[in-house]
Design a protein around this ligand. Structure first.
Ligand SMILES: NC(=O)c1ccc[n+]([C@@H]2O[C@H](COP(=O)([O-])OP(=O)(O)OC[C@H]3O[C@@H](n4cnc5c(N)ncnc54)[C@H](O)[C@@H]3O)[C@@H](O)[C@H]2O)c1
Length: 276
């Protein structure tokens, strides 16, 4: 079932094969958009495309690596040739970090996490915003995290990457405002996707508690007393993309049940030597 809000507007959602991106793409489709699933995994990308089409929507999966300039240029070119101007861009593709103290964090992991989360966002914004600017039309939402504003312990690279996404959002909002293009960010709170499943398993092990206890501990820290749903994030994104947010740019919307951040400070380690 669709409504007309985004009728036939072309929306690119990165990392939309699963998790939050998939729900964002599905919700955009329900509101009438033609959605492009720009996803690294050909399997989940095709699956998301099929599910949206089966529900009566218009969707097209493009195998895309957001860290690869060529891949993004091809994506933008192919989409606009096939479907016309891109109206909306949602930079959602992201990668969690293996939970560890910063003193143990490898340079490879640091680079990998920054590359996907912040360089990927930059490359997609750069390519697609330039096209939007030439038409003086378009709206962008970047998916950051509450960690980008209030860092949690043991995920330094991820915190820094998401702080970078917030800064990039504000910078581009200023630069694109003269052309009427809005750039905003959503900071999701905890949603139990594949991404968070891995983080919860690692954090519970470090704290020496069960995974269920860990999940409950997080729930209790959330003022609205429940974990988020992917639909909560999709609704926030659709609002910022829409005309209802026509006078909002450079903003960062927490969609987190009132949670501003988790410190997640670990217990003192038994050995203080270098472990890398
Ligand atoms: N789940 C949460 O609790 C939570 C909280 C805050 C922020 N976020 C952010 O929300 C976004 C989505 O997270 P999720 O929980 O759905 O994660 P997820 O791991 O379930 O999905 C991430 C998607 O991004 C894709 N991807 C990874 N690298 C890519 C690349 N180089 N090019 C293209 N696609 C790539 C993956 O294949 C996957 O489909 C991420 O940016 C994440 O940091 C999630």
């Amino acid at each position: 079932m669709t409504n007309e809000e985004f009728k036939d507007r072309v929306a690119v959602v990165t990392g939309a094969g699963q998790g939050l991106g998939r729900e964002i793409a599905t919700e955009l489709s329900r509101r009438g958009a033609r959605v492009v699933i720009a996803e690294l995994s050909p399997v989940t990308g095709k699956d998301a495309e099929a599910a949206i089409r089966a529900a009566g929507g218009q969707a097209r999966a493009f195998v895309t690596d957001v860290t690869d300039e060529r891949s993004i240029k091809d994506l933008a070119q192919n989409v606009e040739t096939e479907w016309g101007p891109i109206a909306f861009l949602v930079n959602n593709a992201g990668l969690g970090q293996n939970v560890c103290e910063t003193t143990d964090l490898s340079l490879d992991e640091w680079h990998k996490v920054l590359e996907v989360n912040v360089t990927g966002c930059f490359l997609c914004c750069r390519e697609i915003a330039a096209r939007m600017r030439s038409r003086e039309s378009g709206s962008i939402v970047n998916i950051a995290s509450i960690n980008g504003q209030n860092p949690a312990a043991l995920v330094a690279a991820y915190n820094v990457a998401k702080a970078g996404v917030i800064s990039l959002t504000r910078t581009m909002a200023l630069e694109l405002a003269p052309y009427g293009i809005r750039v905003n960010a959503v900071n999701p709170g905890p949603i139990y996707t594949d991404f968070n499943r891995k983080v919860m398993a690692q954090r519970s092990e470090i704290l020496g508690i069960g995974e269920d206890q860990m999940i409950e501990k997080i729930r209790q820290a959330i003022p609205l007393a429940r974990w988020g749903r992917a639909a909560d994030i999709a609704n926030g994104v659709c609002f910022l993309l829409s005309e209802r947010a026509a006078w909002i740019t450079g903003e960062v919307l927490n969609v987190s049940g009132g949670l501003g951040g988790v410190s997640a400070a670990p217990p003192k380690r038994k050995s203080t030597g270098a472990a890398r």
